[in-house]
Design a protein around this ligand. Structure first.
Ligand SMILES: *[C@@H]1O[C@H](CO)[C@@H](O)[C@H](O)[C@H]1NC(C)=O
Ligand SMILES: *[C@@H]1O[C@H](CO)[C@@H](O)[C@H](O)[C@H]1NC(C)=O
Ligand SMILES: *[C@@H]1O[C@H](CO)[C@@H](O)[C@H](O)[C@H]1NC(C)=O
Ligand SMILES: *[C@@H]1O[C@H](CO)[C@@H](O)[C@H](O)[C@H]1NC(C)=O
Ligand SMILES: *[C@@H]1O[C@H](CO)[C@@H](O)[C@H](O)[C@H]1NC(C)=O
Ligand SMILES: *[C@@H]1O[C@H](CO)[C@@H](O)[C@H](O)[C@H]1NC(C)=O
Ligand SMILES: *[C@@H]1O[C@H](CO)[C@@H](O)[C@H](O)[C@H]1NC(C)=O
Ligand SMILES: *[C@@H]1O[C@H](CO)[C@@H](O)[C@H](O)[C@H]1NC(C)=O
Length: 412
């Protein structure tokens, strides 16, 4: 972010009957690269709707009309405050329901604030099929999405009560997100904290997340992800996946989670894949993690099934290889302190456990392994159930069958 030349910012005030909305987002862009278009489009609620046009009306704010200069010298970021989403889901009628604040194709952008972004999610959560099974399953907006971004810095603000996911990076390269706090209730549906998809070189640090779904989730085709100093709870923990849904292909490679505290979460550190998928999760390390009252502190699940219908066993799977868990300590809320449920056709390979100490209050902690191969060192409690040695698997190439044959074991 060294070559930043021009800066643009917008701050604007919108009056409504019961609150003042102040928007202040700071943009810095490289004058040689992406040319920032200083317009932002927001869904409108009734108050702001442009009645002279159809229901597709949009509120367009030009930051230059609010005093921003965008000349690279003037500080255009004087006001910090709150960005509040429209209260009613109906405000999205005619708009893309996946999006609220949406940044597409930005390069060398810095988003920082000191303020708060409030998704006003309650009405969305109430209509979720996870909240009430008689509701149809529909989508809700991700509060902030960065799509196709390059060289992005996001930091110093609070993000609360998103309609669905809080912040997503999709198809991004070189992202640093830091000093952010994300808050939603434990029972809010699908409100992942930070979601990373098809992105590479992403660094997340100093982030506090309390939410109703994964604090952090990393999915398909992502690599070189560094996650550091995270506090997560309540929530569903830090997840790789889910991967391979609807027989899809996904690759996640080179992820390090180093330094996290998880408390009262449904899972701790997790890799979850659907049967029928393909691709791999490889070279992933979880280390220096404290767990407090976490239901499944360490879990690999290649039988993940988050659907109302039962999932059938299939031979194809997203393979799991070279996964390390080091220095993971604390308390488990259930007996299942360590669960490594791997696929029959694609067993987990090169798992590594080092210095694990997970206990329950009543001493009933245990490890569960299924087709889990690898090694361990240091103190491992509950005792490791990983099959020692490395499994050498040979693909059966003769037919279309995707089954893998386990025919040889190399023990150390
Ligand atoms: C409202 O929409 C009409 C038609 O799209 C446009 O001509 C007009 O400038 C808009 N007014 C405002 C205040 O945005
Ligand atoms: C669930 O939704 C149905 C249909 O929308 C509604 O009749 C029912 O009252 C809701 N139940 C609860 C517990 O909110
Ligand atoms: C973190 O962000 C908050 C605003 O949310 C700000 O007040 C604080 O100074 C930031 N801390 C650091 C270390 O930058
Ligand atoms: C990952 O890449 C593969 C191959 O290019 C593609 O088929 C798949 O849809 C991608 N998955 C995701 C989640 O982007
Ligand atoms: C996934 O593949 C299996 C086996 O080929 C097939 O039975 C199943 O219908 C496929 N599922 C989807 C969602 O395409
Ligand atoms: C442990 O976590 C569960 C949620 O997983 C929560 O309901 C329970 O109150 C927590 N217990 C303590 C002692 O915090
Ligand atoms: C699927 O495979 C797992 C592991 O082999 C086995 O425990 C389970 O019973 C199987 N489920 C069905 C429905 O066959
Ligand atoms: C493999 O599957 C494809 C598509 O399902 C089929 O067209 C092909 O004949 C199969 N090949 C063999 C050797 O079974």
């Amino acid at each position: 972010m060294k070559n930043m030349r021009s800066s643009n910012a917008f701050s604007c005030y919108l009056k409504s009957s019961n609150f003042l909305v102040i928007i202040s987002i700071y943009f810095i862009s490289n004058a040689n690269g992406f040319k920032l278009n200083p317009l932002i489009q927001l869904p409108t609620n009734g108050i702001y709707r442009n009645t002279s046009s159809s229901s597709k009306s949009t509120l367009v704010l030009n930051i230059l009309h609010f005093g921003a200069k965008g000349d690279g010298f003037t500080d255009d970021t004087k006001v910090s405050g709150t960005i509040i989403a429209p209260l009613d889901p109906e405000s999205w009628d005619g708009f893309d329901v996946h999006k609220w604040l949406y940044f597409h194709g930005v390069k060398n952008l810095k988003v920082e604030g000191g303020g708060m972004i409030d998704g006003m999610g309650r009405k969305w959560w109430a209509r979720s099929c996870k909240t009430n099974h008689s509701n149809p399953c529909t989508h809700a907006p991700t509060a902030i999405t960065f799509h196709k971004c390059k060289n992005l810095k996001v930091r110093n603000f609070n993000l609360v009560y998103s309609q669905q996911m809080h912040m997503a990076f999709t198809n991004c390269i070189h992202v640093v997100a830091s000093n952010i706090s994300i808050i939603a209730p434990a029972d809010s549906p699908n409100t992942d904290g930070i979601h990373i998809s098809s992105s590479t070189h992403v660094e997340l640090k100093d982030i506090i997340i309390s939410t109703g779904d994964d604090c952090i989730s990393i999915v398909g085709n992502s690599s070189k992800i560094r996650i550091k100093d995270i506090i997560c709870g309540p929530g569903h923990g830090i997840s790789i996946g889910s991967l391979g849904k609807y027989n899809s292909s996904a690759a996640v490679v080179d992820v390090i989670v180093n330094g996290a505290i998880l408390f009262n979460t449904e899972n701790g550190v997790r890799i979850k894949t659907w049967q029928g998928g393909s691709g791999f999760a490889r070279k992933i390390t979880f280390q220096n993690i404290w767990m407090k009252n976490v239901s499944n502190p360490i879990i690999i699940d290649q039988y993940y099934c988050d659907s109302p219908l039962p999932c059938h066993n299939q031979t194809s799977a997203v393979s799991i290889d070279d996964i390390s868990f080091r220095g993971i300590k604390g308390t488990s809320a259930t007996d299942n302190a360590v669960v490594l449920k791997c696929s029959d056709s694609y067993p987990c390979k090169r798992l590594y456990l080092e210095n694990i100490q997970l206990t329950t209050l009543d001493g009933t902690e245990k490890s569960f392994c299924w087709e889990a191969y690898g090694t361990s060192s240091g103190l491992i409690y509950p005792p490791s159930c990983i099959s020692s040695g490395e499994i050498i698997i040979q693909h059966n190439m003769k037919s279309n069958s995707t089954s893998w044959k386990k025919n040889e074991y190399a023990f150390f």
